[in-house]
Design a protein around this ligand. Structure first.
Ligand SMILES: Nc1ncnc2c1ncn2[C@@H]1O[C@H](COP(=O)(O)OP(=O)(O)OP(=O)(O)O)[C@@H](O)[C@H]1O
Length: 238
């Protein structure tokens, strides 16, 4: 059952459990995210990262444990999940309440660099543009928290880099917190304040990423953290 945050912790998860049949995937996982903090969630394939994120997003009724998340959060998946029969602006405005949903949708599209594509159909967009729309759809709800499940995982390397920079800019402007599931150690080091390693159904290690911002792969300290994380994930640098 989810409760709402009251203090500095925007996310608080304790004792999260989820099994599929005889297979226990989450075995009492605990984690926190502070307001405005970006936390990367890393772990081997099948370690339960998506399962954890889905539980936080309220998409898994069978997960048990205690979850605190804010009322306003957005979710972005690896696939854009736009409705193909709705134009881009209508996808972003879908389900919005309050004044001028369309105007707010267009403002969010402008923020992700697609202010002129509101009238397009999702099928007319590139993969990167469609992911930008997915980000706009989350952003328009003025989230305190973004739950991101490999949001740039299907994009080419250059587009991915552009999206990472966009996310940094949006976070600076809006101050949301984010929990970012990623396989990409560099992405974690470019974006996150902390990295968590999920292993054996729990957070097995927490690594603060104290590198100065804005970050770059050439920064001193980056290589050491990358080696540590890759090592931790079972891919030691040779
Ligand atoms: N609906 C489901 N039914 C049965 N098993 C599931 C279901 N969803 C996930 N699992 C299993 O739970 C485990 C964790 O899956 P999950 O997708 O959370 O891992 P992940 O860490 O996100 O993996 P990846 O990095 O490969 O995306 C896997 O063994 C997977 O097969």
């Amino acid at each position: 059952m989810a409760t709402r945050p009251t203090g500095d912790l925007i996310v608080e998860v304790t004792g999260l459990r989820r099994a599929f049949g005889d297979t226990t995937v989450l075995d009492g996982a605990d984690l926190t995210v502070r307001r405005g903090e970006v936390v990367a969630l890393l772990g081997g394939s099948g370690s339960g990262k998506s399962t954890l994120l889905r539980a936080l997003a309220g998409l898994d009724a069978d997960a048990t444990g205690h979850i605190t998340v804010p009322a306003h959060y957005g979710v972005v998946f690896q696939e854009h999940r736009l409705l193909p029969w709705k134009r881009v602006a209508d996808n972003v405005a879908l389900g919005l309440t309050g004044a001028d949903p369309r105007g707010r949708a267009l403002a969010a599209l402008t923020e992700v660099g697609l202010g002129d594509r509101g009238g397009a159909w999702p099928a007319e967009l590139s993969g990167g543009q469609a992911q930008r729309v997915a980000v706009a759809r989350a952003l328009v709800r003025e989230p305190e928290l973004l739950l991101l499940d490999e949001p740039f995982g299907a994009l080419d390397a250059l587009t991915r880099l552009r999206m990472q920079r966009l996310l940094v800019r949006l976070r600076e402007r809006h101050g949301f917190a984010a929990l970012l599931v990623t396989h990409d150690v560099d992405e974690a080091l470019l974006l996150a304040d902390r990295a968590l390693v999920l292993e054996g159904g729990r957070i097995a290690e927490e690594i603060p990423i104290g590198l100065p911002k804005p970050r770059h792969q050439d920064d001193p300290g980056f290589g050491g953290l990358r080696r540590h994380l890759l090592d931790r994930l079972g891919v030691p640098v040779v």
